[in-house]
Ligand binder design. Sequence first.
Ligand code: NAP
Length: 284
Amino acid sequence: MTATLMDGKALAARIRADVAREVAELGHVGLATVLVGDDPASHVYISGKHKAATEAGIEARDVRLPADTSEADVLALVTELNADDEIDGILVQLPLPGHIDETKVTYAVAPHKDVDGFHPVNAGNLYLGTPLHVPATPVGCMELLSAHGIDPTGKEAIVIGRSEIVGRPAAMLLLQANATVTVCHSRTADLAAEVRRGDIVVAAVGVPGIVTPDMVKPGAAVLDVGLTRTEEGIRGDVDPAVADVAGHLTPMPGGTGPMTIALLLESAVKAARYRRGLLAYPTL
Ligand code: NAP
């Protein structure tokens, strides 16, 4: 079997075109990105998000602060952005330098402006099955499944990874879509045995090639989220030879990555709708 590739680049381009139309209809959507410090990967991510936002007609404010910025100054900036009428969405790029408490900063962002979906109000609503802002990467996975006609209802879904950014929200979205969900992590006793049951597999670990062909059920849909930069280039969590066994597979790169950016832009539009009362946000 050679898997159908789930082309995230093409789907992301369609979503971005829809976002651009919605931004034009709304007239103005403002997104502030905040980056503290010199992490080279974070600078690349933020530049990519900023460029994509600008291309979609979103007014993107690119705030970059030196690594020694105090926690109080970051919190004061977030408070300012919360009150700023030009700003619909706020994204604080993680990780923050060690002297800044990420939890405090995440809690400080106004929930309706929290386009990343990391604030406990947003995480809690996802848990309750009433999603508001949801982290972009797992939403991108669900969109890829949907675009390929894969309905999770009644399927075994195996999520590898339990971070607040990818694994947990992916599990919640799959559960809400009526899959039977198993979440694996570093203490899972027999990862291969769990993954082998999966009709849908989401790999969000950060260990190149951890999902090997012998672990995959023939015909499964495999979404590769893990992304590791190596000397040979970007490697995913999924061994490319899985394409011989899986029914559907995201390419790496060109799969879940471009979808993350597209869904983040969609979140910015959602934030603008929340703020204008066009969509209901419970705490507004
Ligand atoms: P993370 O916070 O480091 O979480 C990794 C998860 O993998 C943890 O839950 C960890 O388990 C689990 N894990 C580690 N080793 C394992 C093993 N040997 N077997 C099973 N599980 C194992 O990372 P993250 O933020 O979720 O990101 C995961 C990966 O996705 C990273 O490579 C990141 O760069 C990538 N990423 C890609 C996109 C995209 O758009 N494609 C977006 C975000 C992140 P414990 O909880 O037990 O430690």
